[in-house]
Structures are given as C-alpha cells and as structure tokens.
Write a protein of this length. Structure first.
Length: 463
C-alpha cells in the first residue's frame, strides 16, 4: 500500500485502523494460547509468582478485552491523578565536619547543571550554623537539610535565619529503633519541633530495607508500619494527625524490575492514603521520594549500572514518584578521582533530564492507568503488602516487630532467596552473575544501611 502524500510531496501519516482485522473472541485467544503451549497447559494455568514469600501474588500471562479491572483500580488511579504530573530530581550531597564550604560549592554546581532540589545529609559533627550561613550568602534557596542528630542540634539549626529568608526544609531523620524512641523526652521533643517550626518535617526512610534485600512487598509493608507508628505515637503526644499531612515524607528504594516496581509504587501511594484515613485524615495525596537501590548494582561493571538506573527511573516516574534520586553508576568502584565522581553525578542527573525533556515522561500523571497487567499487579502487590502490614500490627506494630527481629528476619529470608537465585544463575544480573567483564574494577562494598542487616549486594554474587 502506498503512503498518501499532500500537494507539497511531504508524506502524510496514515490513520491507524484495525478494521481489516476481524475481532477475536476470548475462546479463540485461549485456544491459541493452548496451541502455543503444545498441550502442556491452558491460559488459566499460565501464571507467574514473582514473590516466593507471597504466593497470593499470581500474575496472569494473558489479558483480554473482557478482562475486568480490579475493584481498587479506580481508587488507585484517583490517588495518582490527585498529584501533579512530573517529578523533581533531587541531588543527594553528604556533609562531613569541615566540609561545609565544599558542599555549598557542590550545591551551586548541581543546581546550575539542572538539579531541581538539593538534599544535604549530615550527622551531629558538621557546623550547621556555618553551612546555613554559607548557603544564604551564596543565595541558594529551598535546600532540604537532612539531619540525623539529637534534638538540641536540630533545634539550633531550626533557629537559624536562613529558613525564613530562603525557604527550604529542615528534615529530621530520627532513628526508628525501640531504644531511641523510648528515650525520655524523645516524642515530646519531636512534637515541639513539628509544632514550633513550620520548616521542620520528618523523613520516614525505608530505603535501607531495600538495600538490605527486602522485596517490593515487604518494604511497602514496613513503610506502612512506620507511618502508622508515627501517627499513633504523635497522636498520643497531643499532635493532631491532620497537622502532619505535609510534615512526613516517605523515602523508598526501587530495584530494576520495571513493571513490578512501577506497580508497587502505585500500590504504595494508595495504601499510604489508606493508613492516613485510618487516623481520620482524608488526604488527597502523599509525598513519595524514590531512589534507585544499589543492592542490584554491579560495581565490577559500572557502565551497565546506567542502564539499570534508567529502568528504575522509568519505573519510579511512571509509578508516580514526586521526587527522584539516582545513585552514581560507579559508586562502588574504589579509587575514583574527583573528576570521575563529578561525571558520575552528572550522568545520573542526565537520566532524569532525558526522560523529562526527550521522552516527555512528565506529561502524564498515571501512564499505567487501564493496563490490565499493571492494574492487576498493583492490586495484588498492594493487597499483599496491606495484609503483611496488618499482620505486623497485630504483633504490636513496627517497633515491637523491630525489637523482636520480625522485620529483620523477613528481610534476611528474602535477601537469602534472591542471593541463592542469583548465585545459581536462575536470576540474571548482567555484569554480575552473567556477562561479567574480563578485567573488573576494584570494588568497595556499600555501608550498612539498617542496624543488624547487611547490604544485599546481589550484583556481586557469582553464578
């Protein structure tokens, strides 16, 4: 068939039509599937169980025009459409004692190269007053400063004049362990910070569990448990849950399984709104920050990590993350120069630029809406996570399960299963257990993310 042309000779785009194809009935599709299976099964038996610890998650291989969407599909879609389309790329900078000026220069460079937001992570050692003063002098607005430090340090930083003049947010990353939360005055101090300082919020960080090898479902259940723990305990400290809607941010880690991570993030947003509703707060949306996990990275083959983080970024964006961060592809390579580190940061940032400005991924709020496969995966993953969350709540909630090693045991089991699959070769990691480079770079392991849980490092497993 020849392509129609206009009077100028330029080709016109022919309208897409399937009128020439006769419609097929469901029974015809099923018969074709049975034929392809050569008598070894039927379409109904063709299912995938991606999570060994959650056998209820059965994903069908075939979806037809008359396949029904899950009952939760409309509510899930609404939870994503309540947020604006698009995302912010957040650069993560680390602050050590005596490095305040260097970090400010890094922040300036990253913003000039296209980062939307800057997050600075520090401990009790750096001089926060000096840092904030330098940020103000440099005219850098809207910085998010993440601090893992005692109340006194946080209070001192919250009083700095940078905040009313330059905006931004001071984010406390409190240790969610039974010992820490049980300290005298802990909750009272947190309640005071949140009520007295409008620029202070808290981070519910479960990304460390992803680094330790937690499945999509378990990490989500832990996120729900932590949110419920905060809302319950802060409610007991005379803080109304409705005042915390914009004060709690959820930080999650994502792996390279594109479709499952996408569906899991959609389910997480919906389930988080359900936890808020259980505390009497009908939230339109929640704040989710997704970061690509390094558990699956191959520092011995760093260039392949760029492909993995791109896949993860696609899943995070299509799944509806509000904020995206990507690790440096060569983060595990020992002996890198300053220029190599700068290049790695720039390449990670450019992944976000390409997806925004060339793939136009930010123009649609929920691109997965209506996909039978993704809607089913969203529903099954979300239900499995909710059931696990309810199970842990019946055992006393997050802190009780943490204290009794329930959470850690679950994550260790999942990490062991994944590691065995990678080591045996039944699960493939390009550059890890398959297609390894002949001359790998020197490798340094990542630090321990969660007390008592070692980093998974699946990418270092050998077949």
């Amino acid at each position: 068939m020849s392509m129609p042309t206009d009077t100028t000779g330029a080709p016109e785009v022919a309208p897409v039509s399937f009128d020439e194809f006769a419609p097929l009935l469901t029974l015809q599709w099923q018969a074709q599937v049975a034929k392809d299976l050569k008598g070894k099964g039927t379409a109904d038996q063709l299912v995938w169980k991606p999570f060994s610890q959650y056998p209820a998650v059965n994903l069908s291989a075939t979806y037809l025009a008359d396949s029904k969407l899950p009952a939760t599909a409309e509510a899930v879609q609404q939870s994503l459409q309540n947020r604006p389309a698009g995302w912010a790329y957040r650069e993560m900078l680390c602050l050590d004692a005596g490095q305040e000026a260097q970090v400010v220069q890094q922040a300036q460079d990253c913003l000039s190269w296209g980062a939307d937001q800057i997050s600075i992570w520090g401990t009790a050692s750096p001089d926060y007053s000096k840092l904030l003063g330098l940020l103000g002098k440099a005219g850098i607005k809207g910085v998010r400063l993440y601090v893992e430090a005692p109340y006194g340090v946080i209070e001192g930083a919250a009083d700095h004049p940078y905040w009313p003049n330059m905006g931004g947010c001071l984010v406390w990353v409190p240790s969610m362990t039974p010992t820490y939360v049980g300290e005298t005055g802990y909750l009272k101090s947190l309640a005071t910070l949140l009520s007295d300082y409008p620029q202070v919020s808290i981070l519910a960080d479960v990304s460390g569990y992803a680094e330790a090898g937690a499945s999509i479902i378990s990490q989500q259940a832990i996120a729900l448990s932590i949110l419920a723990e905060w809302l319950h305990r802060l409610s007991d400290s005379s803080i109304e849950p409705k005042t915390l809607v914009n004060k709690i941010e959820m930080h999650v880690g994502l792996g390279p399984n594109y479709l499952l991570e996408l569906a899991g993030l959609r389910a997480l947003r919906y389930n988080l709104t359900q936890v808020w509703r259980a505390f009497g707060v009908d939230v339109a949306s929640v704040q989710i920050w997704a970061r690509a996990s390094q558990a699956w990275s191959t520092p011995q083959d760093p260039d392949t990590n760029l492909l993995r983080t791109t896949t993860t970024a696609l899943a995070a964006i299509a799944g509806g993350t509000d904020v995206l961060s990507l690790p440096q592809h060569s983060a595990g390579v020992a002996g890198r120069t300053v220029q190599e580190i700068d290049n790695a940061m720039r390449w990670a940032r450019n992944v976000s630029h390409l997806l925004r400005h060339e793939a136009f991924m930010g123009l649609v709020a929920d691109p997965a809406a209506g996909s039978r496969y993704l809607e089913q995966a969203t529903d099954l993953i979300g239900q499995a996570a909710w059931d696990q969350f309810r199970n842990w709540e019946a055992k006393g909630g997050y802190l009780s399960c943490y204290k009794n090693q329930v959470l850690q045991s679950c994550v260790r089991d999942e990490a062991a299963t994944n590691r065995a699959q990678v080591t045996s070769g039944s699960s493939t990691i390009v550059g890890g257990n398959k297609f390894r480079p002949d001359s790998p770079a020197a490798v340094q392991l990542f630090g321990q993310p969660i007390p008592g849980l070692e980093p998974a490092n699946f990418g270092l497993a050998m077949a």
